[in-house]
Unconditional design. Structure first.
Length: 137
């Protein structure tokens, strides 16, 4: 942890405030706290920042998980698909946050990624509703 503090990755007052808390009394708790502080500094995990990478990774991971949950070639009823559906909605919102006011090629790329997210959203909703199609007809 001293190397990270020397590099300036974590501010000293924040570390000392957390270090003095009661939860960081044992060496294992201090190591977990150090790991937590380093993980919080990763830019892709900061939800206040706009991130195209986070939105795309969440959407594609949710699509992969939904294929695995539904047993894709033989689709069966699985209500757990609602969770990847909600995650893709959050990923689409995160991607839409990156839109700019004026059109340029970056804005066009973000619009394409929003369309990709919407296609993933429709695919997961199809996997969620397809098993009920034989029961509805």
């Amino acid at each position: 942890m001293s190397r990270i503090l020397a590099a300036g990755a974590i501010s000293t007052p924040a570390y000392s405030r957390l270090k003095s808390s009661a939860a960081a009394s044992s060496p294992a708790a201090r190591a977990a706290l150090d790991l937590k502080l380093v993980a919080l500094r990763v830019p892709i995990l900061e939800l206040r920042r706009k991130s195209l990478t986070r939105g795309v990774v969440l959407a594609l991971t949710s699509l992969w998980i939904s294929f695995r949950l539904s047993g894709f070639p033989q689709v069966h009823v699985c209500l757990w698909l609602i969770i990847p559906l909600l995650v893709v909605c959050a990923a689409t919102w995160d991607t839409a946050r990156c839109l700019q006011k004026r059109w340029n090629f970056y804005h066009g790329g973000v619009v394409l990624l929003i369309y990709v997210d919407l296609m993933i959203l429709l695919m997961i909703s199809f996997l969620l509703l397809a098993p009920y199609s034989s029961e509805l007809l």
